[in-house]
Design a protein around this ligand. Structure first.
Ligand code: B1M
Length: 215
């Protein structure tokens, strides 16, 4: 049953079919499959495969946009299911999350936000293309302990470094835990720029923050 759902999810993205992606996501939830598993084993491998095809010029931007729209339709369904899990938990802390300036990739960031919510964090999602000062402003407005910055492009990763430098220059660096992630981001990059943490995926983001918050 599970593998059937994963296969359908995978196909829905490869066929750029948003309606099908949404209905498979619902079917998966109704079948009791954890939303994170539906994403990791069904939807994500397909969008990554299409990313490779795009890089090899086997498909072009319009197809990638259609695939992303299908992926987003599924993520919307899974996001609400994930968030519901966290609604009854006592809050572990507040996180301000966004995709950095110049970058409009939001699928992974949204999954990270929903997974953190499911784990009991209060998440303020600033969306995409977020200028560095906005992260600090929002963190101060909401009393956040954590600033989480996603970047999907090797060019926009540099904004993560700018964020850490900006906090330092404002004398605010020690007030926040800074976590970075996104496909081109590595643990080495995180330590090179002086971030507190790096997570490879949404599940790791929860683990890493749990351990830092309890410290
Ligand atoms: Co874009 N794109 N894209 N794209 N796109 C990539 C990233 C690329 C690798 C594709 C490729 O060429 N193989 C490439 C970047 C190359 C590079 O710089 N290294 C690329 C490019 C070049 C571009 C454009 C420049 C293309 C163009 O216009 N010519 C353009 C840039 C636009 C911009 O941002 N200014 C562009 C546009 C787009 C679309 C609009 C078509 C669409 C985005 C739609 C959207 O997000 N609303 C899109 C997509 C879909 C992709 C790929 C195919 C898939 C990204 C995705 O959603 N993955 C991507 C290829 C790839 O990544 N292999 C690609 C699924 C998602 C679940 O995974 O986002 O990695 P991911 O998130 C994971 C982890 O990374 C991690 O957890 C998530 C869940 O497990 N994570 C964090 C993410 N953020 C985190 C934060 C954390 C911790 C963990 O803490 C804060």
């Amino acid at each position: 049953m599970e593998s059937e759902i994963f296969e359908k999810a995978y196909k829905a993205i490869l066929e750029y079919d948003a309606e099908k992606a949404e209905s498979v996501a619902r079917e998966g939830i109704e079948a009791g499959i954890p939303p994170a598993k539906i994403l990791d084993q069904g939807f994500s491998p397909a969008i990554k495969e299409l990313g490779d095809k795009f890089e090899n010029m086997e498909i072009f931007l319009p197809e990638l946009v259609m695939a992303a729209n299908a992926m987003k339709a599924a993520v919307n369904v899974l996001e609400s299911a994930l968030k519901k899990t966290g609604e009854t938990l006592p809050s572990k802390g507040t996180v301000v999350l966004g995709t950095v300036e110049g970058d409009i990739h939001d699928i992974g960031k949204t999954i990270v936000g929903a997974t953190l919510s499911a784990a009991g964090y209060k998440v303020h999602d600033l969306g995409v293309d977020v200028p560095v000062p906005r992260f600090l402003e929002a963190a101060e407005e909401t009393g956040a302990q954590v600033i989480a910055a996603s970047a999907l492009l090797s060019t926009t990763m540099l904004r993560q470094r700018d964020l850490v430098d900006f906090l330092k220059n404002r004398g605010k660096r020690e007030r926040f835990i800074v976590i970075v992630g996104g496909a081109p981001v590595t643990k080495d990059w995180a330590s090179q720029i002086g971030a507190d943490a790096y997570a490879r995926d949404a599940v790791e983001a929860v683990k890493v923050l749990d351990s830092l918050i309890t410290k």
